[in-house]
Write a protein that binds this ligand. Structure first.
Ligand code: FE2
Length: 152
């Protein structure tokens, strides 16, 4: 791959890195501060989700390195590059947490699709395409679970 092409790929991947870091921190927040009768179920669900997000974060950041980029590595950089806004208000109700996550996963899935389309059209980076397609499917499964919890 050309140097210019790799730079563009790293930039797009780093946005996914930043969004994943924001989602990870927020999911930890929900896992810790959740209150109410749903505690046990949601506490476990959020645990599963942050475990998954950590794996995505690590795989995405390492892929940035594979294409010769510099992986974002500070909280400051994550916030600056993220296109998902973190929920930093007061602790939401359990139902609001699920609603918020549902919207954010929906957004993140659209970002994944967008980056995959870019990779397919403008690059021959089949490795990144393969990685992102796999992660996209996993995000879709999580969104299905969140949607079901919302009764939709
Ligand atoms: Fe925990």
């Amino acid at each position: 791959m050309k140097q210019k092409e790799k730079k563009l790929i790293a930039e797009r991947l780093n946005v996914l890195v930043a969004n994943t870091a924001v989602l990870l921190m927020q999911t930890l927040n929900y896992h810790w501060n959740l209150k109410g009768p749903e505690f046990n179920d949601y506490h476990k669900l959020f645990n599963q989700q942050y475990d998954d997000l950590f794996v995505y974060l690590d795989d995405l950041a390492e892929r940035v390195r594979v294409v010769d980029g510099i992986a974002l590595g500070s909280m400051d950089a994550m916030i600056k590059h993220a296109t998902i806004k973190e929920d930093k208000g007061k602790v939401p109700t359990p139902q609001q947490m699920i609603q918020k996550l549902f919207e954010q996963y929906e957004y993140q899935i659209a970002e994944y699709r967008d980056v995959i389309k870019f990779l397919e059209k403008d690059t021959d980076d089949f490795g990144s395409i393969n990685l992102l397609e796999d992660m996209l499917m996993k995000h879709e499964k999580t969104m299905w679970m969140l949607r079901s919890l919302l009764g939709r």
